[in-house]
Ligand binder design. Structure first.
Ligand SMILES: NC(=O)C1=CN([C@@H]2O[C@H](COP(=O)(O)OP(=O)(O)OC[C@H]3O[C@@H](n4cnc5c(N)ncnc54)[C@H](O)[C@@H]3O)[C@@H](O)[C@H]2O)C=CC1
Ligand SMILES: O=C([O-])CC(=O)C(=O)O
Length: 233
């Protein structure tokens, strides 16, 4: 089972919850963690748009678990503590759409392009969630680490809403970065502020290996986003 397989069950649940939020609390900040995040976030956006209350600054797909995994798996390779292994992870939240930018980290940059070690690390970051789902064999997903990631992101958002400056973390939002290629939702480093999304940061310089990961990411992400929008339309 992949995250995309969850679409049939979760799409209508997410749409109905978004409808209720749009009617009852249209200025709420909405953090979507239900899979497939690449499609459920566009479902919420389209549902709110239909109701005339969509504000892109208030809708977030929670991709924090990919960042948590990237730190942990990089720490296992380098021997450093996960706290020292902060990795920007961009794109979406499933398989090839998850793009870790190891070249932008002090401890990870020397691994980029280092054959099997790099390839295995990227694969584990991209498919860590699938690893857990397979291991639990029908009994759910990465429940506790998801709770940790959800709490971590909610805390970051609350700090931003409270006026703290410099709260920057990856999250899947309505984004102009790849809009010209038909990908209008994307996770990159986002500064969180008093209104929610304050500033969407560009990706910054990528290694050739990361350019290749982006080439695989964008078409899949586009399909996932279109599937979510088509469901609501
Ligand atoms: N974004 C992320 O990082 C992650 C997302 N997930 C996603 O989070 C979701 C939950 O995962 P698990 O806790 O493992 O699943 P689970 O199957 O253990 O729990 C799902 C819960 O939703 C409830 N539910 C079912 N239909 C509902 C409805 N119509 N309205 C309200 N609640 C309803 C069920 O009773 C159950 O308690 C899944 O979509 C999963 O794919 C999981 C791990 C990481
Ligand atoms: O695929 C799933 O349901 C679980 C998931 O998102 C993750 O662990 O990252």
């Amino acid at each position: 089972m992949t995250r995309d397989d969850l679409f049939n069950t979760n799409a209508s649940i997410v749409r109905d919850l978004a409808t209720a939020v749009g009617r009852v609390s249209p200025s709420a900040h909405i953090l979507v963690i239900s899979n497939p995040v690449n499609s459920t976030v566009p479902i919420v956006a389209s549902t709110l748009s239909k109701l005339g209350v969509f504000d892109p600054a208030r809708l977030f797909g929670v991709t924090t678990l990919d960042v948590v995994r990237a730190s942990r798996f990089l720490s296992m390779v380098t021997g450093a503590s996960p706290a020292e292994c902060d990795v920007p992870v961009v794109g979406g939240h499933s398989g090839a759409t998850i793009v870790p930018l190891l070249s932008q980290t002090n401890l990870g940059k020397s691994l980029v392009g280092q054959g099997e070690t790099y390839d295995k690390l990227v694969y584990r970051i991209q498919f860590g969630g699938d690893e857990v789902v397979k291991a639990k064999d029908g009994a759910g997903s990465a429940t506790l680490s998801m709770a940790y990631a959800g709490a971590k992101f909610a805390n970051a958002l609350l700090r931003g809403l409270n006026g703290e400056k410099g709260v920057v973390t990856p999250t899947f939002v309505k984004s102009p970065l790849f809009e010209s290629q038909g990908v209008d939702f994307f996770s990159s480093l986002v500064e969180l502020g008093t209104k929610g999304v304050e500033k969407i940061h560009p990706l910054g310089p990528l290694a050739p290996e990361e350019e290749k990961l982006m080439e695989a990411c964008l078409p899949e992400l586009k399909k996932n986003i279109e599937k979510g929008k088509a469901f609501v339309a």
